[in-house]
Design a protein around this ligand. Structure first.
Ligand code: SAM
Ligand code: SF4
Length: 341
């Protein structure tokens, strides 16, 4: 397998366009590789070899990279991890990012276990919307999938807090796993009927630590949708505000929507609008693969970042090369938590 060659010369001048003509204005920032959960599809039970503190970008360094990229055309940010709320005083980073000229939107991806006490502070600092990961509505199962007791109760507290402080939209991310949560697909979909909740089903992607699960327990979004359509008719809808690759549907008259994210069954890379910054300052043009540009040391040595960012834009791959049951396409990733998912 090999990547296609870029066809378009990337431009900057306040607009970032990659070698395939895609406009890039969205950056997913992983603020930590650590997490308080160990979701079975994401992280090994014993964790990973964690980054050292000195290897991790400071909040000021993250803000400086965002400042340079905002001058080049970056407009929207998402804070992710690992678990972003596991890093101390995340609202302080939001304060810094919200002050960067050109940044229009800051979102958060979280497991919500630690959200309730900081939800208001995050909202006040400038986070407008949240994606919350939740893979089962049954307490025993949610705890087993997260490999941590008490998970469901705390996620629900986080979800209530998210509503109370006015994050909008609120999306629930559900990773589909046959035998773990496939029978709950209609129940998750029902959450969108009477509440302004946007439930998104995600096909599990293979990384080195989940090869068996991602092959044996794979459930496609087509199959998940067919289970929902048995309950009630679904109609295609535009979907809530966001930057993502999801395709949306809704029950007639529902307040929320049902989204599907299909990295395995229906490739959506031609619509890609993003790059990623890892906790240790690697700028990654794709979630998967081996291409990344180390920005941290250049920043610490006072070197210009723009040429490095432009070069990363130029070599952004046309698409991911994931193959079920194989670690090859993920480019040596052990877990998605290493790049922010
Ligand atoms: N800890 C936060 C959370 O869980 O939302 C943010 C980081 S997590 C890596 C970001 C997203 O990636 C979550 O929605 C998670 O469910 C998803 N994810 C992690 N590993 C995955 C995999 N192998 N396949 C599909 N989605 C995955
Ligand atoms: Fe942690 Fe999120 Fe990965 Fe679960 S999906 S282990 S919450 S980083």
């Amino acid at each position: 397998m090999s990547y296609a060659m870029p066809r378009v010369r990337p431009s900057s001048n306040g607009t970032m366009v990659d070698g395939f003509g895609r406009r890039i204005e969205y950056l997913r920032i992983s603020v930590t590789d650590k997490c308080n959960l160990r979701c079975v599809y994401c992280m090994p039970e014993d964790g990973l070899p964690w980054l050292r503190r000195s290897e991790i970008l400071t909040y000021e360094e993250i803000a400086e990279i965002v400042r340079v990229m905002a001058d080049m055309g970056l407009r929207r940010l998402r804070l992710t991890g690992g678990e972003p709320l596991a890093r101390k005083d995340l609202p302080r980073l939001v304060d810094l990012l919200a002050a960067v000229p050109g940044i229009e939107d800051i979102a958060l991806s979280t497991n919500a276990v630690l959200l309730a006490p900081v939800a208001k502070r995050l909202r006040d600092a400038g986070v407008s919307r949240v994606n919350i990961s939740l893979d089962s509505l049954c307490a025993d199962r949610a705890d087993a999938i997260a490999r941590r007791p008490g998970t469901l109760a705390r996620v629900m507290e986080g979800l209530d807090a998210a509503h109370a402080v006015g994050f909008d939209p609120i999306k629930i991310n559900v990773v589909l796993m046959r035998g773990h949560n496939d029978d709950e697909v209609p129940d998750f979909a029902e959450l969108s009927r009477d509440r302004p909740l946007h439930v998104r089903f995600i096909e599990v992607m293979p990384t080195e630590s989940n090869l068996e699960l991602s092959a044996t327990n794979f459930l496609s979004c087509d199959e998940a949708l067919s289970r929902v359509a048995v309950v009630d008719a679904l109609e295609p809808v535009p979907g809530p505000a966001g930057n993502g690759p999801a395709t949306y549907f809704s029950f007639p008259g529902a307040q929320g929507t049902i989204g599907v994210i299909t990295p395995m069954s229906h490739n959506f890379c031609s619509r890609c609008n993003r790059m990623r910054l890892t906790a240790d300052g690697q700028l990654r043009p794709c979630l998967f693969g081996t291409i990344q540009t180390p920005l941290r040391d250049a920043l610490r040595h006072g070197e210009a970042l723009e040429p490095l960012i432009n070069e990363t834009l130029r070599i952004k791959p046309e698409k991911h090369l994931l193959v079920q049951g194989s670690a090859e396409g993920s480019g040596g990733l052990i877990a998605l938590s290493q790049t922010g998912g």
